[in-house]
Design a protein around this ligand. Structure first.
Ligand code: F6P
Length: 361
């Protein structure tokens, strides 16, 4: 019999509870194992009081629920744990304590459900001898070695629904409506929701945009009688020769961020070059909230059961993945050593351009 630990790290994401339920149910029903839920991501590994048994009872009814019953945090890196010291933040390596706690809990394996950041931490723990299995999670879909991460599909549904709604108000007021979506350095959410939601312009970090091209496209639409336009901007998009919007952190602010993000920046540019009203809607954390889609519930469940199967087979340092229609395993190292971003010359971008969507180039 085995005892496995599970934690959810980094930003929350629709489908996390489906993974937890998949892990617990298959561990208990298929193998008769015990599962320990570690609360608040890697923080929980530093505090044994944050670890509790997960039973079939604990996961009842959680499949359609957003968020994670285990809690999550972006801060908790045991190798670089932030502490206040004389009014400033210092980073302390608490990995020994984390590893000690894993041992004292008697865990035979640690399932880490996370995006790039959390999986990199999991990899470090694995290199220190912890038997780790990863499950790729992020709405951004920016992990390599898997066709999809869970959460992405739900985020797309939310973004597409928002675009449908924006259309009717944009049309009524003859406005340029800009919707800013998440995705960090990858344009997957912008590109696919933009196609699905009938956007006229899609801006992604992988293709620096030329504001002139955007304005030309909007002018052409006006000439043809469409006096409104919809722009979807990935949060990491940026103009040719301009500042790239960097993810987070007070030291990393640039012109785009100071204007309140790429959406505001584009609105400002569009109003300057066209005599049209522009409005911005930042979709934000709505993309991470709510009930997971059918696809993400099924994918999360399959990832969860696969992770348990990997523990049974002793496949550590690896993560679950989806290739085509098949669930498989992939190395965490190669999944996280570079990001999965949109190919500017790939088929999806071409399909968008074939139907007249402008990507600002
Ligand atoms: O990685 C997921 C994500 O939602 C990104 O799309 C976004 O840039 C970031 O997390 C936001 O993080 P936070 O919730 O910490 O603001």
């Amino acid at each position: 019999s085995k005892k496995i630990g599970i934690l959810t790290g980094g930003g929350d994401c629709p489908g996390l509870n489906a993974v937890i339920r998949g892990v617990v149910k298959s561990a208990v029903i298929r193998h008769g194992w015990e599962v320990i839920g570690i609360e608040d991501g890697f923080d929980g590994l530093l505090d044994i009081n944050k670890c509790r048994p997960l039973t079939l009872e604990s996961v009842r009814g959680i499949l359609p629920r957003g968020g994670t019953i285990l809690g999550s945090t972006n801060r908790g890196n045991p190798f670089l744990f932030p502490m206040e010291e004389n009014g400033r933040t210092v980073h302390v390596d608490f990995s020994d304590r984390a590893i000690e706690n894993i041992r004292s809990l008697g865990l035979d394996a640690l399932i880490t459900v996370g995006g790039e950041g959390s999986l990199k931490i999991a990899l470090e723990l694995w290199k220190r001898g912890v038997p780790v299995v990863g499950v790729p999670k992020t709405i951004d879909n920016d992990l390599r070695e898997t066709d999809f991460t869970f959460g992405f599909n739900t985020a797309l549904e939310t973004a597409t629904d928002a675009l449908d709604k924006l259309h009717t108000t944009a049309e009524s007021h003859h406005r340029v409506m800009i919707m800013e979506v998440m995705g960090r350095y990858a344009g997957w959410i912008a590109l696919e929701s933009g196609i699905a939601g009938g956007a006229d312009v899609i801006l992604i970090p992988e293709i620096p945009y030329d504001i002139e091209k955007i304005c030309q496209a909007i002018r052409r639409r006006c000439e043809r009688g469409s006096r409104f336009s919809i722009i979807v901007a990935g949060e990491g998009a940026f103009p040719i020769g301009g500042d790239r919007l960097v993810a987070k952190g007070p030291d990393e602010r640039n012109a785009i961020e100071r204007l309140g993000g790429i959406g505001q920046f584009v609105a400002h540019q569009v109003e300057k070059c066209l005599e049209m009203d522009a409005r911005v809607m930042v979709l934000g954390h709505l993309q991470r909230g709510g009930s997971p889609s059918t696809f993400d519930r099924a994918l999360g469940t399959r990832f969860g059961t696969k992770a348990v199967a990997m523990v049974a087979a002793g496949q550590f340092g690896q993560m679950t993945c989806l290739k085509g229609r098949t669930i498989g395993t992939a190395s965490i190292e190669s999944a996280t050593n570079a990001l999965n971003t949109v190919d500017p010359d790939g088929e999806i971008v071409k399909a968008a351009e074939d139907i007249g969507i402008t990507l600002g180039r």
